[in-house]
Every structure is written in C-alpha cells, then in structure tokens.
Design a protein. Structure first.
Length: 135
C-alpha cells in the first residue's frame, strides 16, 4: 500500500499581495515563486520569511513548501508568504500553533489594514483638506 502524500494548501494576504503555499512531505525544500528561499533578496525579507521555518525546527525539514506570490511590493509579498507558510505548518503540526502565537500573532492572523481611499477634492491624500484663507 502506498504512503499517503496529502498536500496542504494555505493562503496569506498583506495589502494587495496574495500568497498561496503548498506543503507536502519531502526533504525541507522551500521555494518562493520557483526560487530557493536562500537566494531571496533583500536579506531582511529572507530573514522575515524564515521565521516560521526556524520556529518549526525539525518539523520544517520533513516537508517541502512551494509558495506562489502575486501583487504588492517585496515586503508585502514576504509577509503574505510568511503567513501562508505559518498557517500551513500549523495545520500540519497543531502543536506549532501555540508557539507561533507566542512569538508573533502575524504568523497565523492576517493584517487587515488597507490603504485609505482618496476622497474627492482632497488634494493629494485621503484626509487632507483645502486650505482656507479669510483675508
């Protein structure tokens, strides 16, 4: 009888970036848009992305993770991918959920803040008003 290879799919969002992570049994490879996570630049984004993997420890070396990310800037993409990886690992290994929540809630819960819409006659930003002159 063949060993069951059930894959887990999870998603993460940050602003306009959307990440979709697929987790399956393997040797510990992590790919972001078909590139290895170890060559991801800038370094701050790579370190941020590796946080759930470091917290998972030995568990992360037993699975392969592939993440597809679209939209947003590089940091929003990083945080969306981090959220998707954290959710997938927490689904596969429920003991990790508490460790993730203790470290950083953003590993499991999305940041729902969005850019505020610019209002009519606001002259540049969402809340700015026209200057008034009484002279």
């Amino acid at each position: 009888m063949a060993k069951e290879t059930k894959s887990i799919i999870s998603t993460g969002k940050r602003k306009t970036a959307i990440a979709r992570a697929t987790l399956k049994n393997g040797s510990g490879k992590v790919l972001i848009n078909n590139k290895d996570v170890s060559i991801l630049e800038p370094t701050i984004a790579r370190l941020k992305l590796q946080e759930p993997l470091i917290l998972a420890g030995e568990s992360a070396s037993k699975v392969d993770i592939s993440v597809k990310v679209i939209g947003g800037g590089f940091m929003s993409q990083t945080i969306a991918a981090r959220l998707a990886i954290g959710r997938a690992l927490a689904e596969k290994y429920p003991k990790l959920k508490e460790a993730f929540l203790d470290y950083d809630r953003q590993l499991l819960v999305a940041d729902v803040r969005r850019k505020e819409q610019v209002k009519p006659n606001s002259h540049g930003s969402a809340r700015s008003k026209r200057q008034k002159s009484y002279r």
